[in-house]
Design a protein around this ligand. Structure first.
Ligand code: PLP
Length: 409
């Protein structure tokens, strides 16, 4: 008798984005004349850059010619692309060999799949609020107990509070944990961890033989020269951390799909030799995954060319200009807001203790602007609201105009 994996039943109902879609649809049906302005989901909107497009076309042309045709690629991904990644890290002063890189179809799949190589009784710590994938993937695997609607938390998971007081970067866990998810620049708060903050976690991880799973999806959004763009800028991190990243937010690959995970040879946990975890991830990927598209990998390679890097950074600057417009707009209204400087998210404190969902409804009905309720990212997000800087310029400007004119504070 087949039965479903009952852990799926534990997942908290009303996943964030479907609930936003439902409320938006309902509102639009009742108010068909209202033009909606979407600053909700973190989805890129601008066209791929010329260098990337030429790379993708080259990828297609390679397949059109029997002399350059290729089928399944190298297990860990295109060797030249892994070399380009190794060079890219090297340009930031980080030495990693191309064997440490695993090419994938994105950072979300990697950040949900990576937990599968660790023991199922590992104790998991997440930032609160956090990108929902870290929690949900561990719930599905059975590392969490039941969800408490009252607390907004799963039993058995360790929630590391990210608050105004600590600058939205958590203190070390008080008890011993095994897997620690860190995301910097952070989605949703827009906070970026400093060297000192990351060093504390690296030291903790080494002391407690824990592993840090570092999500660097927004690393290219950091403009402040003093802030770390990779966990591997921190001394000792290679022994206790792995890093996940993608071209989604850097080069507009949200629909194209290309990511990577760095598993350094040096990474060890209880009872393993150097290289063993890296081999395990290779075993997992070669069993469950058959590689990223070769066309896309060709396109990805051009991102790391001189022209590709320049164009992609211009794309990032475009979104960061949007962030500035949003930040200035909300601050002019006297709203307290964080992030938006080294990350494409503005994290608003809802006025006078309005709940995140009440603010969602208020903003939608008064201004037609759709954002994301902070509480959807964990209990620590209650009382906050995320505005995304991904959007066409005219849409961002229209949204801010409408907020200025119509929001009743
Ligand atoms: C957008 C995002 C990703 C990227 O996921 P992809 O699968 O590469 O598109 C990863 N982590 C966080 C925190 C994100 O916001």
């Amino acid at each position: 008798m087949a039965e479903i994996n009952s852990n799926y039943k534990k997942l908290a109902a009303g996943y964030l984005f479907p609930e936003i879609a439902r409320r938006t649809r309902e509102f639009q049906e009742k108010n068909p004349e209202m033009i909606l302005k979407k600053l909700g989901i973190g989805n890129t909107t601008e066209a791929l850059t010329p260098a990337v497009v030429s790379g993708l076309i080259k990828g297609v042309n390679n397949l059109a010619d029997p002399a350059t045709y290729s089928g399944y690629g190298d297990e860990q991904g295109n060797t030249n692309l892994r070399q380009a990644l190794s060079d890219y890290y090297s340009s930031k002063g980080i030495a990693l060999s191309r064997s440490d890189f695993f090419i994938s179809d994105g950072a979300k799949p990697d950040s949900s799949n990576i937990q599968s190589i660790f023991s199922s009784d590992s104790i998991v710590a997440v930032q609160d609020p956090a990108y929902p994938v870290y929690v949900d993937s561990n719930v599905i695997t059975g590392r969490a107990g039941n969800y408490s609607v009252e607390k907004g938390e799963y039993d058995g998971l360790v929630y590391m509070q990210c608050t105004e007081e600590n600058g939205f970067f958590p203190e070390l866990p008080k008890n011993k944990v095994d897997l620690i998810y860190l995301c910097s620049p952070n989605n949703p708060t827009g906070a970026v961890a400093t060297h000192e903050q990351l060093k504390k976690f690296v030291d903790y991880a080494k002391e407690n033989k824990a592993v840090i799973i570092f999500d660097a999806a927004y690393s290219e959004y950091i403009s402040d020269k003093d802030l770390p763009r990779s966990i591997f800028e921190i001394e000792g991190a290679k022994e206790c951390a792995l890093e996940i990243n993608s071209l989604s937010k850097f080069a507009g690959f949200t629909g194209v799909r290309l990511g990577w995970t760095v598993v350094p040879e040096e990474l060890v946990v209880e009872g393993t030799e150097p290289g063993e975890i890296r081999n395990l991830w290779n075993r997992r990927q070669s069993t469950f995954f058959n590689g990223a598209s070769n066309i896309v990998q060709e396109g990805a390679m051009t991102v790391f060319s001189e022209a590709g890097l320049k164009e992609s950074r211009e794309l990032v600057n475009f979104y960061m200009e949007n962030a500035k417009i949003i930040m200035n707009g909300v601050k002019d209204l006297g709203i307290t807001a964080y992030g938006g400087v080294n990350a494409p998210y503005v994290w608003i404190k809802t006025p006078e203790g309005t709940s995140s969902w009440d603010f969602f409804d208020k903003l939608l009905s008064e201004t037609g602007v759709i954002g994301t309720p902070g509480s959807g990212f964990g209990p620590g997000g209650e009382g906050f609201f995320r505005l995304s800087a991904f959007g066409h310029r005219e849409d961002i400007e229209a949204a801010m105009e409408s907020i200025k004119e119509n929001l009743k504070l």
